[in-house]
Design a protein. Structure first.
Length: 488
């Protein structure tokens, strides 16, 4: 546990390395089972995109971060990994490219393995970030030292303020070693295991990434022996694992998944609706009847829990119809995704938190704000390698609530199973029996006996004109072409 006020330090450039306790082993932190926070009646999970913890919070007082990192002089990288093989981090803007085309970098399972660079004991050396490439295909131009960056602190100031006011997770890891498609399954299921020797990895070839996809589309597979199959795999409409929707339905607990629409869902279409709607890949939620391999017939009863557009959350807050559990998926422009070439994320998050804080729900709500995967960006903390799919890189997570411990930095190891466990404990749902059964709950970052944190609305940060907008259908192909694949 650490408590550090940082209100005066948002724009300060911290040049010193702040690494503390960056060791890693193959054992898991003992599971913490605190008492659920009974005062919480609503949980909202906000998923931003593609940032490592260090990329957002480098220099945050009390957190484990670094302003420099090791590189690996391997092959062509000898040209840029020189001298003492230590790279000084530089700043980068959320808006990185031009004409709506941002500079994305690789964050596949293969890129994870390069960046992790595990030793003989399975401990990540964290020195292979100079071996990454630009784009989604893993065969783009060498990114050289570009992954060694942190977002300009003038842009992350709203996130730093939230992290200071409430609780910041210093050891939150992606449960899997892949990227957004997998993350948006894990947030619902805690697993992407298909059987005892293979799991999903990376993402399908084309969008939509789900039961609405075209026949012949498939999701890549990672085998227990380390082999990857990117030439075949299951159609992305899964029946192999349950989701939190099964538990919520069984206990009649209300829920909504706020997201943009898919192709043809005008006027509320956005790339995010075709890629980041995790429920679309769950046959039981999407299809009234699913006949393998490709036939999804009608809409299942649970599809009523998909709320489009994502801005419906604002009207539900105003009308008093917010469900007990919510997931909130941003548009591409508001997601912090490097491929978006937009800086709308901090403004979007601030608008949502202000709306919650000024509503009737604030006194009984917990907001879990996280970034779904690391996006390929440098982070100094080695993720514990517990099996052939876990754990992935460290990602940012802020816990916002009247009962979140203020000025608190949690050193408890979390992953996506921790979020599921917290939801299950709060609403007495039982367990899915996946990573939710073994992960530490988030409840240690809350104190139900403390004086509730009073809400203080924040001014909306500036953003480019691209913010608060949906990706036009014609623009999506340009983004895919520029990125060498569907950005995830």
């Amino acid at each position: 546990m650490k408590r550090f006020p940082v209100l005066a330090l948002y724009s300060a450039f911290v040049a010193a390395i702040a690494i503390t306790g960056c060791s890693s082993t193959n054992t898991t932190t003992p599971v913490v089972r605190p008492t659920p926070v009974a005062a919480i009646q609503h949980i909202i999970v906000m998923m931003q995109e593609n940032r490592s913890f260090n990329n957002i919070f480098a220099g945050f007082p009390g957190a484990t971060t670094a302003m420099e990192g090791p590189c690996k002089p391997e092959g062509v990288a000898k040209k840029w990994c020189t001298g003492n093989h230590i790279v000084k981090l530089r700043s980068v803007h959320l808006k990185t490219g031009g004409a709506g085309l941002g500079d994305d970098i690789g964050h596949s399972h293969g890129i994870f393995e390069k960046e992790c660079d595990a030793d003989a004991a399975g401990v990540c050396r964290m020195d292979g970030f100079d071996l990454n490439v630009f784009g989604e295909s893993d065969i783009g131009e060498a990114a050289e030292l570009y992954p060694y960056r942190f977002v300009d602190r003038r842009e992350t100031a709203p996130y730093w303020k939230l992290a200071d006011q409430y609780a910041l997770a210093d050891k939150m890891f992606l449960t899997d070693t892949a990227s957004s498609f997998i993350a948006h399954q894990l947030i619902l299921s805690g697993t992407v295991r298909l059987n005892d020797h293979e799991s999903l990895t990376d993402q399908p070839e084309v969008t939509p990434w789900g039961c609405d996809s075209v026949p012949g589309n498939f999701a890549p597979v990672l085998f227990k022996n380390g082999h990857e199959d990117h030439t075949s795999g299951p159609y992305p409409c899964f029946t192999e694992y349950r989701t939190i929707a099964d538990l919520l339905d069984a206990k009649d607990v209300s829920y909504q998944f706020y997201v943009e629409g898919m192709f043809g869902s005008m006027p509320h279409f956005d790339f995010s609706g075709a890629a980041w709607n995790g429920f679309d890949a769950i046959a039981k939620v999407r299809c009234a009847k699913f006949t393998p391999p490709y036939n999804c017939h009608g809409h299942a009863a649970d599809w009523k829990h998909i709320s489009t557009p994502n801005t419906n959350i604002f009207s539900d807050l105003r009308k008093g119809t917010l469900p007990a559990v919510s997931w909130l998926i941003p548009t591409l422009a508001d997601s912090d995704h490097p491929a978006s070439d937009c800086n709308g994320g901090p403004r979007w998050v601030t608008k949502v938190i202000n709306a919650i804080g000024n509503s009737q729900y604030w006194n009984h709500t917990a907001v879990i704000l996280l970034w779904d995967d690391w996006g390929g960006w440098y982070d100094p903390v080695p993720p514990p390698q517990t099996n052939y799919t876990s754990l992935g890189m460290r990602i940012p997570m802020i816990l916002i609530s009247p009962y979140a411990k203020p000025h608190y930095i949690s050193e408890t190891q979390y992953d996506y199973g921790s979020i599921l466990r917290f939801i299950e404990e709060t609403f007495n749902l039982g367990s899915l029996g996946t990573t939710d059964a073994t992960a530490n709950s988030l409840a240690d970052s809350f104190n139900p006996k403390q004086t509730p944190n009073a809400f203080k609305p924040a001014p909306l940060p500036p953003a480019s004109s691209c913010a608060d907008t949906e990706t036009p259908p014609g623009m999506l192909q340009q983004i895919i072409n520029h990125d060498g694949g569907v950005p995830d």
